[in-house]
Design a protein around this ligand. Structure first.
Ligand code: NAP
Length: 259
């Protein structure tokens, strides 16, 4: 058990809990006492995480679906409230990466990336609004250094989707503030997960990670567990006066530019 138990008695819903940052975040929330709703498409993967966390004494519930659909988001929140009686924390970690320059991004791939990364968060935020207002809860959106912070060549739809997440976060922060609900985003650099490999987003992943030693001034890429620590801080009452922020966690990558 973690030494700190900031989420005892709290209920958290984490999208993208079958892999990477979402999974690490679900584990960390459970370790600090939260009842966690694990959301994603791959039931088998979610069941594995659920079994692991249950084995450690956590209260968990699995919900399955494609969060690009508004009805899925609504059903997930409904199930979360039915399972655990309310909702305190929403972590929007589900997302995909898509390659392509502005010139060669097809309408289809643009739509796929925007619906996976932006519509999903809008759906989840709207679906969770009432339960979060009831508990004065918090939302953390997983954006990227490739969002409002930095553009990259050949990554148009992804960069635009994450810039949209950043502005959606700020709009949400203002709209929810009167209800005591905080909304923040994080902007990770390269983190070792399945993001780049499930879609072959980079030609040579080991070489990409090796390059990360120089593209990140701190000299290495990140891991999902350290990203989860920031998400938990923003979701916790310790961050009670933080809203509308986009916090970098990127080994200094956003500061660097090629020379
Ligand atoms: N890894 C990085 O370098 C990095 C850097 C900056 C930002 N990020 C952001 O971090 C977030 C998490 O990515 P990750 O790196 O942890 O990648 P990952 O290991 O590929 O995990 C992505 C998660 O999103 C879920 N997901 C994707 N599309 C979905 C959909 N339509 N409906 C439901 N679930 C969906 C996947 O679950 P299923 O396949 O089971 O549905 C999976 O759990 C993403 O928003 C990504 O853009 C990652």
């Amino acid at each position: 058990m973690a030494e700190r138990m900031r989420f005892t008695g709290k209920v958290a819903l984490v999208t993208g809990a079958s892999s990477g940052i979402g999974r690490a975040c679900a584990r960390a929330l459970a370790a600090e006492g939260a009842a966690v709703v694990l959301a994603g498409r791959r039931r088998e993967r979610l069941d594995e995480v659920a079994a692991e966390l249950k084995g450690e004494g956590a209260r968990v519930h699995v919900v399955v679906g494609d969060v690009r659909a508004e009805a899925t988001a609504a059903a997930w929140v409904k199930e979360a409230v039915a399972a655990f009686g309310g909702l305190d924390v929403l972590v929007n970690a589900a997302g995909v990466i898509g390659n392509g320059s502005v010139m060669d991004t097809t309408a289809e791939s643009w739509k796929h990336v925007m619906s996976s990364n932006v519509d999903s968060i809008l759906h989840m935020t709207r679906a969770a609004a009432e339960p979060l207002k009831e508990r004065k809860g918090a939302i953390v959106n997983v954006s990227s250094v490739a969002g409002g912070v930095r553009p990259y060549p050949g990554l148009a739809s992804y960069c635009v989707s994450k810039a949209a997440v950043d502005m959606l976060t700020r709009c949400s922060a203002l709209d929810f503030a009167p209800f005591g609900v905080r909304v923040n985003a994080i902007a990770p650099g390269v983190v070792v997960t399945e993001l780049h490999t499930v879609t072959n987003a980079v030609a040579d992943y080991p070489a990409f990670l090796e390059r990360g030693k120089t593209t990140h001034p701190i000299g290495r890429v990140g891991n999902a567990e350290e990203v989860a620590t920031l998400i938990l801080y923003l979701a916790s009452e310790e961050a009670g006066w933080v809203t509308g922020a986009n916090v970098s966690i990127d080994g200094g990558r956003a500061l660097a530019s090629a020379r």
